[in-house]
Design a binder for this molecule. Structure first.
Ligand code: MG
Length: 274
């Protein structure tokens, strides 16, 4: 016999043997419990006893808040925000102005902070528009910022449409550390979106055991792919991590430009290891 004839026969024999040695899979509830354990978990492959993911209602259209989000701005008021200095001190009623379903930075009025704190891991949706026509250049054009843990970790907001600046300071940069993968900016005045996943750093007995990680989609485009931060963000230096509570306020930067924001919502996430 030719090898070409023998080969399919051998394969058929082997698979018949393998099949006859296999136990018939035994169903257990919705799945199986006679399957291997998934490494690092107490769950079997296809384990029917594994907790069901909670059911939520997604937003009607992309960008709308799902049912389990905390809506931080619904187009009407800034009741969930306070104004304060960069270090979070001198907290007072929000001084930024609400108009046309958005809110706008009033230059030199201070940062905005959420009254509520969030963490350790979270998903944030926020929309922004830089002033039009764009004025100034480099860091002076449409500058603001989205911060986690008070003013500790900044995701840059800037008008980088046909405006060059140092790469680790451009739109959707992790300021002073990681430039975005691409420049996905829309022109000044147009609404843009950030969808951000922020994983807070973890400490054990005063030692950092896991850094902060950030993933960003800017206008739906991946710009930060699960980047590890080196510490808090700042100007012209690298900060070391300083231990902080697992929850913190969200903040928006007053950098002297009347940047507008709208449709802000946040979801706290279960620790990713569960
Ligand atoms: Mg900034």
């Amino acid at each position: 016999m030719h090898l070409r004839t023998l080969l399919p026969l051998a394969v058929a024999l082997m698979s018949t043997t393998a099949f006859s040695q296999d136990k018939k899979p035994e169903k257990h509830g919705l799945g199986y419990n006679d399957t291997p354990l998934i490494p690092g978990t107490k769950w079997h492959v296809h384990d029917g006893d594994r907790p069901q993911p909670p059911v939520i209602t997604p937003g009607k259209k992309p960008g709308d808040a799902p049912s389990d989000a905390v809506v931080l701005f619904d187009g009407k008021d800034l009741d969930q925000w306070t104004s304060g200095k960069r270090d979070g001190s001198a907290s007072e009623p929000a001084k930024w102005i609400v108009k046309d379903g958005a809110f706008e930075c009033v230059p030199k009025s201070g940062y905005l902070f959420t009254k509520q704190t969030f963490g350790p891991d979270m998903q944030l949706h926020i929309e922004f528009a830089t002033p039009s026509p764009g004025e100034g250049e480099s860091q002076g054009r449409g500058n603001s910022g989205v911060f986690f843990h008070g003013s500790t970790y900044e995701i840059q907001v800037l008008d980088c449409y046909e405006n060059k600046t140092y790469p680790d300071g451009q739109t959707s940069a992790l300021y002073g550390q990681w430039p975005p993968l691409v420049n996905a900016c829309r022109p000044a005045g147009e609404w843009q979106t950030y969808d951000i996943v922020f994983t807070s750093p973890r400490w054990k007995d005063g030692q950092l055991v896991s850094p902060a990680y950030v993933t960003i989609f800017h206008n739906g485009v991946l710009t930060q792919p699960h980047r590890a931060l080196f510490g808090g963000t700042t100007h012209r230096k690298i900060n070391e991590y300083k231990e902080h509570p697992e929850k913190g306020a969200l903040a928006l930067q007053d950098h002297g430009n009347p940047v507008r924001y709208r449709n802000v919502w946040i979801r706290e996430l279960k620790p990713l290891a569960e």
